[in-house]
Design a protein around this ligand. Structure first.
Ligand code: NAD
Length: 321
């Protein structure tokens, strides 16, 4: 088997490679060639940790495996390591033998950023020039860096509940040579694309904050109870997602569905747009919304790409197992 340690991932995985892997696996999911297995997530009753597995199988790429990991809230203060910890395991689909073990921490940020980027490429208006960011934490910087590559954006506008964190994303805009302005939520009306990436449990973005024709990539809501966008705003948009079952249970659509504002059948897998079996955005005035819940197959697809790159560059550690 091959081991690709966390320390190697930054040098191996480009944003392009992550984008390509995620776009391909979303397409395979919509073509019913790939499926995610039920997610396990448990409070383990030790150091307040949440631990679980996200797995799946892509029959077209023969990618089989799981990501194991979770959230240890006291890691940073007590051990000096980051709170989110995960590792991906890949298995040989023909034999069931373990093929690879890959560090999953940076991978998670890059695959999450790739997902919103895929949605921007396929659903945002071609003339989008102003990018709005709601959230300025760890993921937000990755999201912004990847999104800026999808359209010739001229300006980034940002809002965060904790404004002192905004320099985290201003720095990314500066590096990309794009101007940055902190705005009130009402200022988001100037945005053509808005990414939400917070750990909020209450709607931040209301219908009055969003102009016609905007594309929203809602990436923060990945658990029951979280919410970033008002249910009536979501219901007024054309809604796309990575996986419908997750969108209605743990994703941003959970609230509008629970309130009876939309039905599960109103939500389209983004893979259908990639495969050209759904037209995607239908008019320049339509609000499109991508509910990015995060699926195991994204992790596996990106991990498989990393293993190939690591073998090619001679940095994969081969173990007789
Ligand atoms: P972080 O702790 O680094 O940043 C949290 C962000 O949320 C900050 O902008 C903070 O100001 C904001 N925030 C915190 N509490 C808030 C509240 N009550 N109301 C509004 N905003 C609040 O976290 P992160 O690593 O950047 O992750 C952000 C979110 O993305 C989390 O909810 C995480 O679970 C989610 N996430 C989703 C995926 C996916 O695939 N969809 C993947 C990874 C992370």
């Amino acid at each position: 088997m091959f081991i690709v340690p966390e320390r190697e991932i930054a040098a191996l995985l480009t944003r392009d490679a992550a984008f390509e892997a995620v776009e391909k696996v979303f397409a395979a999911m919509a073509a019913e060639k790939a499926c995610n297995f039920p997610v396990v997530r448990e409070a383990i009753g030790h150091v307040d940790a949440l631990y679980g597995f996200k797995g799946g199988f892509d029959r077209s790429a023969l990618t089989l495996g799981l990501k194991a990991g979770g959230y240890w809230p006291h890691n940073l203060e007590t051990k000096g390591v980051i709170n989110h910890q995960s590792t991906v395991f890949l298995f040989d689909a023909d034999t069931g033998m373990v093929r690879a073990m890959v560090g999953g921490n940076l991978l998670t940020a890059l695959r999450t950023a790739a997902a919103s980027s895929v949605s921007i490429r396929h659903l945002a208006r071609a003339d989008a020039r102003v990018l709005g960011m709601i959230g300025a934490g760890h993921q937000a910087a990755f999201q912004l860096r990847a999104a800026l590559e999808q359209r010739p954006f001229e300006k980034v506008i940002g809002w965060n509940l904790h404004p002192e964190m905004l320099p985290n994303i201003e720095r990314v805009a500066d590096e990309a040579g794009v101007s940055f302005e902190a705005v009130a939520l009402e200022g988001m009306r100037d945005a053509d694309v808005i990414i939400t990436i917070t750990s909020s449990f209450e709607a931040i973005l209301q219908a009055a904050h969003v102009s016609p024709g905007t594309h929203l990539a809602c990436m923060g809501t990945d658990t029951k109870g979280k919410q970033e966008v008002a249910a009536d705003l979501l219901a007024a948009a054309r809604v796309f997602t990575d996986e419908v079952a997750q969108s209605v249970s743990i994703g941003e659509a959970q609230h509008a569905v629970a309130q009876g504002l939309i039905a599960q059948a109103d939500i389209t897998q983004i893979g259908a747009v990639i495969n050209d079996t759904h037209p995607g955005r239908s008019t320049a005035e339509e609000i499109t919304l991508f509910d990015g819940t995060g699926v195991g197959l994204q992790d596996l697809a990106v991990a498989a790409a990393i293993v190939d790159l690591a073998i090619e560059k001679g940095v994969a550690i081969e173990v007789d197992f």
